[in-house]
Write a protein that binds this ligand. Structure first.
Ligand SMILES: CC(=O)N[C@H]1[C@@H](OP(=O)(O)OP(=O)(O)OC[C@H]2O[C@@H](n3ccc(=O)[nH]c3=O)[C@H](O)[C@@H]2O)O[C@H](CO)[C@@H](O)[C@@H]1O
Ligand SMILES: C=C(OP(=O)(O)O)C(=O)O
Length: 417
């Protein structure tokens, strides 16, 4: 099994370029099922998750062509299947995002229930509540969701929690519904805005994406479009923390600073210097790290997908930090691995109390999920000796060549088979 080996590294220096956002690409590729004409997507990161969603689309009858330069062409004009089987959904929860577009396009969809994962149970009740409100008949059985609707009709849908995936699924299903759909308490993440821009490019009529109320006026048909996905704000944040934890000076290119407000604010609170310049951001951390408190929240709050990376940083800060996780009920799997590396972190319910230590020690550890894996790489950069990270397939779901990007900044890191 491949592993990542990290040794204590000098302060990172240099430039790194951010790839297209995983969490934009996946819903946008699912949404391409709605398009009657060719879709061309640019800046597509070569990630495992992108391969999985490509397989899902292909299994539904779409033609997916990958070019070497980060361009993917998708032709869904002849989709002829409406079933997404367990074998594909189990590889990646985001595959469940095909249910909304399939229902809108084919009038039916049979999609495996995604199940939970290391970070929580992750139910899909809000997705189904929204699709039912649009008129779909939903049946659950044998591990599958079956949704049927001769026609979808717009409605007002209030989400009990601003779920990213539910907002996306409902928004996609509503694009071709009769009349207007209003999603209240919708998620406001930048990836929702990117998806809405993509859908509007196809001919949809969506207003309000990026706020807590999205209005979708149904249209008869969607065409094709050429679309460039937004840069990955979580990858950006991860390299910002890599610079900070090593006391380095790194310039990050292709960064949308507007999407990074909580990360920038929290790093500044830690005593890190941040310089914003167009789509570049420079992170300089020569003065040590102060303890801070963090609470994860839906956007524009502090992202749960950056919680574990900041925990690595705060594990070597001066003083005690408290991190409260409010989005997922079980997103502290990295704590025991960080403690094995010498961190002093205690979990109390939804909070982690991080008592900063003088230094970490390299150890054999396991990436329990994508961001937990990233956090362990970050910890490995400053730990004495060697850190061996196992189960790195999680990391490769969401980070493009993380070992090469970090090595170019001076990190002592390699991926071994
Ligand atoms: C592919 C993708 O974009 N993944 C992101 C997306 O996941 P995802 O779309 O799965 O996350 P959600 O926003 O839906 O989930 C947030 C919370 O709502 C709960 N919930 C969600 C749906 C539902 O029907 N019922 C329900 O109770 C979840 O269990 C969780 O506790 O947003 C998360 C929150 O920013 C990120 O961590 C993930 O990286
Ligand atoms: C939790 C994540 O992704 P997913 O929703 O695909 O599991 C993530 O990107 O950190």
């Amino acid at each position: 099994m491949p592993k990542i080996i990290v040794r204590k590294s000098r302060p990172l220096k240099g430039e790194v370029k951010i790839s297209g956002a995983k969490n934009s690409v996946l819903p946008i590729m699912a949404a391409s099922l709605l398009a009657q004409d060719k879709v061309i997507l640019e800046d597509i990161p070569p990630l495992r998750d992108v391969e999985v969603i490509s397989e899902v689309l292909t299994s539904l009858g779409a033609n997916v062509r990958k070019h070497s330069d980060g361009i993917i062409e998708i032709n869904s004009s002849k989709i002829d299947h409406s079933e997404a089987p367990y074998d594909l959904i189990k590889k990646m929860r985001a595959s469940f995002l095909v249910i909304g577009p399939l229902l809108a396009r084919m009038g039916r969809a049979r999609v495996s229930l995604p199940g939970g994962c290391a970070i929580g149970a992750r139910p899909i009740d809000l997705h189904l509540k929204g699709l039912s409100a649009l008129g779909a008949k939903i049946e659950l059985g044998h591990g599958y969701v079956e949704a049927k609707a001769d026609r979808l009709i717009g409605d007002k849908i209030y989400l009990d929690f601003p779920s990213v995936g539910a907002t996306e699924n409902i928004m996609m299903a509503a694009t071709m519904a009769e009349g207007q759909t209003i999603i209240q308490n919708s998620a406001e993440e930048p990836e929702i805005v990117d998806l809405a821009n993509f859908l509007n490019g196809l001919g949809a009529n969506i207003k309000g994406a990026g706020t807590d109320t999205i209005k979708i006026q149904g249209v008869k048909k969607l065409g094709g479009v050429r679309h460039t996905v937004i840069p990955d704000r979580i990858e950006t944040g991860t390299y910002m923390v890599a610079a900070a934890i090593t006391g380095g000076d790194v310039t990050i290119k292709n960064a949308l600073t507007d999407h990074l407000k909580p990360m920038i604010a929290k790093l500044k609170e830690c005593g890190v210097e941040i310089y914003e310049n167009g789509d570049e951001i420079r992170v300089n951390a020569s003065n040590g790290i102060n303890a801070i408190d963090i609470k994860t929240l839906p956007y524009p709050g502090f992202p749960t997908d950056m919680q574990s990376q900041f925990m690595s940083l705060l594990s070597i800060a001066k003083g005690t930090s408290v991190i409260i996780e409010t989005v997922f009920e079980n997103r502290f799997m990295h704590v025991s691995e960080l403690n094995r590396m010498g961190a002093n972190i205690k979990i109390e319910g939804h909070s982690a109390v991080v008592q900063g230590v003088k230094g970490l020690q390299g150890a054999q550890v396991r990436a329990t999920d994508l961001r937990a894996g990233a956090a362990l790489i970050l910890a490995g950069l400053v730990a004495e000796g060697t850190t061996e990270i196992n189960d790195i397939y999680h990391i490769e779901r969401g980070y493009v060549s993380i070992e090469n990007k970090l090595r170019n900044l001076g990190a002592d890191i390699e991926r071994v088979e």
